[in-house]
Design a binder for this molecule. Structure first.
Ligand code: TA6
Length: 282
């Protein structure tokens, strides 16, 4: 059985442990994965020291769920949709190393008038972590369920941004959010973060990527998420975010498996879609 306890801000958190002692924490607020640690306690995810644990505010760091839209790529008024601001319910915590949480909609939301069931399952293993997002269009729904999405992962850098890169994107087309989403092509095998904000949606990105953190490598494997978003806010953007320390841009990078630039996912009534990421420590 996974252990349920009271976390930051008095919020409910589910504590997972792998057979070899790796741990993870998932809050029911936003089904938000906030921590993934090695047996010796080394944190792999970035969580801002200024993060707010007060719903409906989204927690800054860990893995916010962007659904039913990534950024402004959908009908919702809220950037990244409403899943990360919503209270999920635990539907399966029978195993010590995994939890499934669920959010159901009846189609009454003004900017998303569709019934849906959204599930997030996190499993922590010895040296790896799996996260699966499943969107169900209920039987009898009158229309397809259409959404964009991302697992907006904040990775913690232990050797600073100067020694960091995202590897595996050479030749991939991307939309540059800093140039009105102008379409570009990545010329480097390693995307670095030393000269300014990076905010790019790589379309049709390879399913195998890696975060370089000095001598460390953290591998990302994705399925059913065709795209990958890479973001580091750098100095100016960091200073503008109230729930983010001015210098914290040096300690993190976001690599977000996404269904965004390649277009929306469409699920027929009675069907479902499931996107996954596996994070593996080298
Ligand atoms: O990660 C890509 C991005 O869309 C950036 O443009 C930046 O806005 C970031 O998400 C954080 O968004 P948030 O709404 O969490 O402040």
């Amino acid at each position: 059985m996974a252990q349920i306890s009271t976390g930051n801000g008095g919020l409910v958190v589910v504590n997972l442990r792998s057979p070899g002692g790796f741990t993870a924490q998932v809050y029911t607020h936003g089904a938000h994965l906030t921590s993934w640690k090695t047996p010796s306690g080394e944190e792999q995810l970035f969580l801002s020291s200024q993060a707010v644990f007060s719903p409906p505010t989204a927690i800054r760091g860990g893995v916010p769920l962007c659904w039913p839209q990534f950024s402004d790529m959908g009908p919702c008024s809220a950037q990244h949709g409403f899943a990360r601001n919503s209270e999920f319910r635990v539907v399966d915590a029978a195993a010590p190393d995994a939890v499934t949480m669920e959010l159901a909609g009846t189609g009454t939301a003004p900017d998303f008038p569709h019934p849906f069931i959204l599930r997030c399952r996190v499993t922590v293993g010895d040296g790896w972590l799996d996260q699966e997002l499943t969107a169900i269009n209920p039987e009898g729904a009158s229309a397809p369920l259409r959404f964009t999405a991302a697992l907006h992962t904040y990775f913690r850098l232990t050797h600073g941004v100067a020694g960091a890169a995202v590897r595996g994107l050479a030749g991939c087309a991307y939309l540059d959010n800093l140039q009105a989403r102008r379409e570009c092509t990545e010329g480097n095998e390693d995307v670095g973060f030393e000269v300014g904000e990076v905010d790019r949606i790589y379309c049709g990105a390879p399913d195998e990527l890696a975060v370089v953190d000095g001598p460390r490598l953290l591998r990302i494997s994705k399925s059913e998420f065709p795209d990958a978003v890479v973001w580091n806010p750098y100095i100016e953007k960091a200073a503008k975010m109230k729930d983010f320390g001015d210098d914290e841009w040096r300690d993190m990078v976001c690599v977000e498996v996404a269904a965004a630039g390649s277009g929306a996912v469409e699920v027929a009534p009675g069907a479902h879609w499931a996107g996954r990421q596996r994070l593996t420590l080298e």
